[in-house]
Design a protein around this ligand. Structure first.
Ligand SMILES: O=C(CO)COP(=O)(O)O
Length: 256
């Protein structure tokens, strides 16, 4: 079977608890009946707040939707007030850990060194890192490629073998009205894919795009990325299902 087309959603801190639970139930109901999700041609993952993780795992039980955390500790146990370890996340059925999102780098001072230690913690505990990289400012194509690829290399420096999901998220396209232009995304994601392919132990990795992604983008990218990482434009469950339908169409094209 070809690699699945990925559709991920980070809820960031947008929803309160009750609204998140309603969203999980609505999404679970829609994906349960979705043939491409049921067959594994489209792989959906949902990344809510830490407090929403256990209800998310329960809501998506019996579906193929995987649940991820928005962050992870660098250490596996000990005196780290406020942190949550990859060990505990794995124990409760969380499958992925988002690492190095632009908001964590900008607002909470996460450096590439910290990000690399978080990626290592995720991988040594069997979680798939959703590693966010991307240039901070609008740059030309070559400078963007250099910035994103260098960041990817630094962020995986010393991390154990295992597949990762590299999320190309140009910082200037996050929270914007429009995603990055398709030609730009194709160029940078291709370079990220080549960089991952050249790294030992990263077989099975994927490259997705995030930053104001929504319905229409996956079709426009036409197979250039392995999937999308959605934010605001997945709050509307119909819009998310539309993206999953586009992913299903791409997956069907890939096997045809
Ligand atoms: O940062 C993002 C996903 O991690 C993208 O968020 P928006 O789609 O809301 O810009």
């Amino acid at each position: 079977m070809a690699a699945p087309v990925l559709v991920g959603v980070s809820l960031k801190m947008y929803f309160g608890h009750a609204r998140a639970l309603r969203w999980f139930d609505a999404v679970a109901e829609r994906v349960r009946e979705h043939p491409a999700v049921a067959s594994g041609d489209v792989a959906v993952f949902v990344i809510p707040t830490f407090v929403q993780l256990l209800p998310a795992v329960a809501a998506f039980a019996g579906t193929r939707v995987r649940v991820g955390a928005q962050d992870v500790a660098t250490a596996d146990a000990g005196a780290y007030t406020g942190e949550v370890s990859a060990v505990e996340l794995a124990e409760v059925g969380v499958g992925l850990a988002e690492i190095g999102h632009a908001e964590r780098r900008r607002l909470f001072g996460e450096t590439d060194d910290v990000v690399a230690r978080k990626a290592a913690a995720a991988l040594r505990n069997g979680l798939t890192p959703v590693l966010c990289v991307g240039e901070a400012d609008r740059l030309g194509r070559d400078a963007s490629i250099a910035a994103a690829v260098d960041q990817l290399r630094r962020d995986l420096d010393g991390a154990p073998a295992g597949p990762v999901i590299a999320a190309y998220e140009p910082v200037w396209a996050i929270g914007a009205a429009e995603p990055a232009p398709v030609s730009h995304t194709i160029a940078v994601t291709r370079a990220l894919r080549e960089a991952l392919d050249a790294m030992p132990g990263r077989e099975g990795s994927a490259v997705v795009y995030g930053g104001s992604a929504g319905p229409g983008l996956l079709a426009a990218l036409d197979g250039a990325v392995d999937g999308l990482f959605l934010g605001r434009f997945a709050h509307d469950v119909d819009a998310l299902v539309q993206v999953i339908d586009e992913a299903a169409a791409l997956a069907a094209e890939a096997v045809a």
